[in-house]
Design a protein around this ligand. Structure first.
Ligand code: NAG
Ligand code: NAG
Ligand code: NAG
Ligand code: NAG
Ligand code: NAG
Ligand code: NAG
Ligand code: NAG
Length: 387
């Protein structure tokens, strides 16, 4: 109650807030602050369960869309401890249709703000967090991660339970995300997901459970850190994910202009005409989830080769939730994703096509980490693959 009143007063009068800053690139931010010595963390809010409420009961975690959830200032007031670790400002982003209705416009929009706010030479912002619906959090986060051009932490978070739940996870996730974004230990690691007491790399993380709070995992690569008493503890020093590229989208003015890329799901009896249909509908590239180590049916292989000859790349991703398709020693028409997952490969291909990569450059982008490891000069696989 006290914190609610305090924050309301801060927002209404600006009494406790530091004056609105006029630093290049962040003049649109208004800081909520209890202590002007604390690091600045900006919140990019695209909505999601973290800001949702049920009008049914404190046990409802399935049908809660209709309640009126907290606003960002209300959540800050409720988790008032965040103002003991950071000064906060927030920007709301339109995300029509909810997490499942979002497209590339959102990640382009968020990343342009994030680059302007955090990566300008005179920026004094320590880090950023993004609220996002969990259904497609990993996709927006991945799009921002590949286009964000500085070493500061960009941290995605959200919630699996509405704020009205008997023990909502969003409040804890919010505090932990702010603590991580304010911490210098979070720098130079690429984008991070903070969720359910754990820190994982955006590059490798995926939603693994449709219902429970312990959902975002990098199953093969593991956790980078955990939270104790609200503070992040990293198991390793800073390192970037292998093969994580950077794309500059600062010049993209039409946020609806990224090339379309479609994912098709390989299975017994796969209908390869879907691949042609996707291209006929405007897809400039395809991702195919192949069973096992990204295996494809003869008809899918033939369609991929045909489309490749027309300049349309198909990225093959392993269908099992862990593991990878290994590139052929001699490059063929299919391009293998290395350890990049299907949703992520779609975003990466979209960015590469937008950057006008040709087919060889696209192959290099996806395959070179594994290709170098398996067939490179130090690997000496001639015994198996003598040419
Ligand atoms: C403000 O934050 C700084 C840096 O963490 C800390 O040293 C100082 O004690 C804080 N001041 C107050 C009044 O809490
Ligand atoms: C919850 O909200 C929805 C839509 O606003 C409404 O249809 C429903 O009757 C409400 N339920 C309760 C228990 O208030
Ligand atoms: C946070 O919100 C819940 C639910 O509205 C309320 O019961 C609780 O008192 C609030 N806590 C604070 C510190 O504002
Ligand atoms: C980008 O985000 C800003 C800030 O919320 C919003 O005003 C603008 O409409 C967004 N642009 C698009 C294309 O969604
Ligand atoms: C920033 O962009 C440049 C040019 O694309 C790239 O070389 C560099 O690795 C990027 N830095 C980060 C931290 O993403
Ligand atoms: C963006 O536009 C500027 C000015 O025209 C140009 O110098 C720069 O190379 C462009 N960057 C990219 C990545 O296209
Ligand atoms: C993305 O979604 C917005 C809102 O639904 C829509 O206006 C826009 O055309 C979509 N853009 C693309 C590239 O599909």
């Amino acid at each position: 109650m006290l914190s609610q009143i305090l924050l309301t007063a801060v927002l209404a009068t600006g009494a406790l807030a530091s004056p609105v800053e006029c630093i290049t690139g962040e003049s649109d931010l208004e800081w909520i602050s209890k202590n002007s010595s604390l690091p600045k963390v900006v919140i990019y809010s695209t909505g999601g369960t973290i800001l949702s409420a049920s009008n049914y009961s404190r046990l409802d975690n399935v049908a809660y869309g209709s309640g009126v959830g907290p606003t960002v200032p209300e959540l800050i007031a409720n988790v008032s401890e965040v103002l003991d670790v950071a000064q906060l400002a927030f920007v709301r982003f339109p995300a029509p249709g909810g997490s499942a209705g979002i497209n590339s416009t959102l990640y382009l929009n968020v990343t342009q703000y994030a680059n302007r706010h955090l990566c300008a030479e005179d920026s004094d912002i320590a880090g950023a967090i993004m609220f996002h619906g969990t259904n497609t959090l990993e996709e927006t986060a991945f799009g921002v991660d590949l286009t964000f051009n500085c070493s500061k932490p960009f941290i995605a978070t959200g919630a699996m339970r509405p704020d009205t739940y008997i023990s909502p996870d969003g409040r804890s996730n919010f505090y932990q995300a702010v603590a991580a974004a304010a911490s210098p230990a979070s720098r130079d690691r690429g984008g991070l997901i903070v969720f359910n007491d754990r820190i994982t790399s955006i590059f490798y993380s995926t939603k693994t459970n449709a219902n429970t709070p312990d959902t975002f995992k990098a199953l093969e690569q593991g956790n980078l850190g955990a939270f104790l008493a609200g503070q992040p503890f990293y198991f390793f020093g800073p390192a970037y994910p292998t093969g994580r590229p950077h794309f500059d989208v600062s010049n993209v003015t039409d946020l609806n202009s990224l090339p379309a890329v479609i994912i098709v799901y390989g299975h017994q009896g796969f209908d390869a005409s879907l691949m042609y249909a996707a291209v006929a509908n405007g897809a400039k590239g395809l991702v195919i989830l192949g069973p096992g180590a990204a295996a494809t049916s003869p008809s899918a292989k033939a369609a991929a080769a045909d489309l490749y000859s027309q300049g349309i790349p198909t990225i093959a991703v392993a269908r099992p939730v862990t593991g990878t398709g290994v590139p052929d020693p001699v490059a063929g028409a299919l391009i293998y994703s290395s350890y990049v997952g299907a949703e992520q490969a779609r975003v990466m291909l979209q960015l590469a096509l937008n950057a006008k990569y040709n087919l060889d450059e696209i192959r290099d982008l996806f395959e070179s980490p594994l290709r170098n490891a398996i067939f490179g000069p130090t690997a000496n696989q001639q015994f198996y693959y003598g040419s």
